[in-house]
Design a protein around this ligand. Structure first.
Ligand code: CIR
Length: 258
């Protein structure tokens, strides 16, 4: 499993609630958003990560979801081209933070679109979700860039799964051959050969968990899934995510880890 040492985060701006959402769970409370983000950052530090904290950016209300703007690997980094027009400008804002870190900073170009939330790294093999945000051209470009660095990728078409925004809204890599997955995705042929840990019905939101070094970050309030992880021997850190969920965000979206 990759050892992570650093993460980039961007605190939510006061107009966070003006971002995109399909969730219909109400308007986020900014005080609670800030508290949940602070707790998230503290958890990343508990996992051993040193944080680069960018400034909140009210020009882009969704910009706290930094994961969507870049794909970071041990050998290269790829700037994305987000599928939502309102988020396109976020990429230029993250580029400065990555320029110094990655001699190989690549880009997804038009007509390709790709959101980081659709890209799951399983230790050198990548699942790329084809979604409302990530198109086949974007997925093909990423596959070609990754191949230059000896990584492989397969596509997972989630365009019929209207309950999830991104691939990683319904799936997470847990190390080895193990993948946490919601029932709606479990039958995809691409997952053959993997040990699937099913996320219990009713707890689908918890499928977006994040393995970082010795810990797994999980959303608080999903006890059956958290219990499964503990039975499998994982050390979990539960984080309240209610306000990010209102904007279709999950744990992985809030940082770029490397
Ligand atoms: C959006 O719709 O783009 C944001 N409100 C949520 C993005 C969540 N990102 C992710 O799952 N990687």
């Amino acid at each position: 499993m990759t050892i992570f040492t650093r993460a980039i985060v961007r605190p939510p701006a006061p107009n966070f609630s003006e971002g995109l959402t399909t969730a219909e769970l109400g308007v986020p409370d900014y005080g609670r958003v800030q508290k949940q983000h602070q707790d998230y950052c503290a958890a990343l530090e508990q996992c051993g990560l040193t944080l680069t904290t960018l400034s909140a950016d009210p020009e882009f209300p969704d910009s706290t979801f930094v994961e969507d703007t870049a794909i970071l690997t041990e050998r290269c980094a790829v700037l994305t081209r987000p599928g939502a027009p309102s988020r396109a400008g976020e990429v230029a804002r993250i580029k400065d933070s990555l320029d110094d870190l990655y001699p190989w900073l690549l880009s997804i170009m038009a007509p390709g679109t790709l959101d980081g939330g659709d890209v799951c790294d399983l230790g050198g093999h990548f699942f790329i979700g084809i979604s409302e945000r990530t198109n086949e051209a974007g997925a093909r470009q990423l596959t070609e860039w990754l191949a230059e660095f000896s990584y492989t990728a397969t596509f997972v078409d989630i365009r019929n799964e209207d309950r999830i925004l991104h691939l990683k809204s319904g799936l997470s890599y847990l190390g080895g051959k193990r993948v946490a997955v919601i029932d709606a995705l479990a039958d995809h042929a691409e997952f053959q050969g993997y040990e699937l840990v099913r996320v219990p019905a009713g707890e689908e939101y918890a499928a977006n968990c994040v393995v970082i070094n010795d810990y797994v970050l999980v959303a608080a309030g999903y006890p059956a899934f958290a219990g499964k992880l503990k039975e499998l021997g994982y050390q979990t850190i539960a984080l309240e995510m209610s306000e990010f969920r209102k904007m279709d965000g999950g744990l992985s979206c809030l940082s770029l880890r490397f």
